[in-house]
Design a protein around this ligand. Structure first.
Ligand code: FE2
Length: 199
């Protein structure tokens, strides 16, 4: 169930709903998670930054599929657009994803559950991964870095799951960073559109 108290206006609009229309949760879940074009507006608020945390590693592999043979955990397909404040797609934007395994452990020796890719011509990115596990002091989350181009500023932030009991207790949690999540077959479909602080 999507939590509308936590979903930002922009994320609701991204579902394809008409401006100002508040959908019932079931209706929202019926919307396609990756609309052909994002519904956004000139002047959207940039995605808020958040701490990097202690487990970032540079030089992750170029890959959209982080699943490996033998890797436990519920499949998650994370996708969205990288956009400017004026709602222009940021083609070629770097999106770097890293997160804990289903036991809440990070791979600090290798690159398991770490990877980056570049947004396509429409600003779209997509990862196949698994549901991150919980670890002490934190709610369930993904870590991401997004960069428009090599010399551009890097946005470091975290993405959260709706309806997680620990969201309320985690000091880093913020409702603007909650993904839209819906089940689909055996995988969870998670959607988050990133807005960079650029025109
Ligand atoms: Fe973390």
């Amino acid at each position: 169930m999507i939590d509308h108290k936590l979903a930002s206006r922009r994320q609701i609009l991204a579902s394809g709903a008409a401006a100002g229309l508040v959908l019932a949760a079931d209706d929202a879940l019926a919307q396609p998670l990756l609309s052909p074009t994002p519904a956004c507006h000139d002047g959207d608020v940039p995605t808020r930054p958040e701490i990097e945390g202690p487990f970032f590693k540079p030089a992750s592999p170029l890959r959209g599929d982080l699943r490996e043979p033998g890797l436990a955990g519920r499949p998650v397909e994370l996708s969205g657009f990288v956009l400017t404040r004026a709602c222009r797609p940021v083609a070629g934007a770097l999106v770097d994803l890293w997160h804990a395994d289903d036991q809440g452990e990070y791979d600090n020796k290798g690159f398991r559950l770490r990877g980056h890719q570049f947004a396509d011509a429409k600003g779209r990115y997509a990862f196949k991964t698994i549901l991150p596990g919980l670890y002490p002091g934190r709610t369930r989350h993904f870590h991401v870095k997004i960069q428009a181009a090599a010399e551009s500023p890097v946005l470091t932030t975290q993405l959260y799951f709706p309806g997680e009991p620990r969201n309320r207790e985690d000091d880093f949690f913020h409702p603007e960073l909650v993904m839209r999540v819906a089940p689909s077959d055996d995988a969870l479909q998670a959607r988050f559109d990133v807005v960079l602080a650029m025109r």
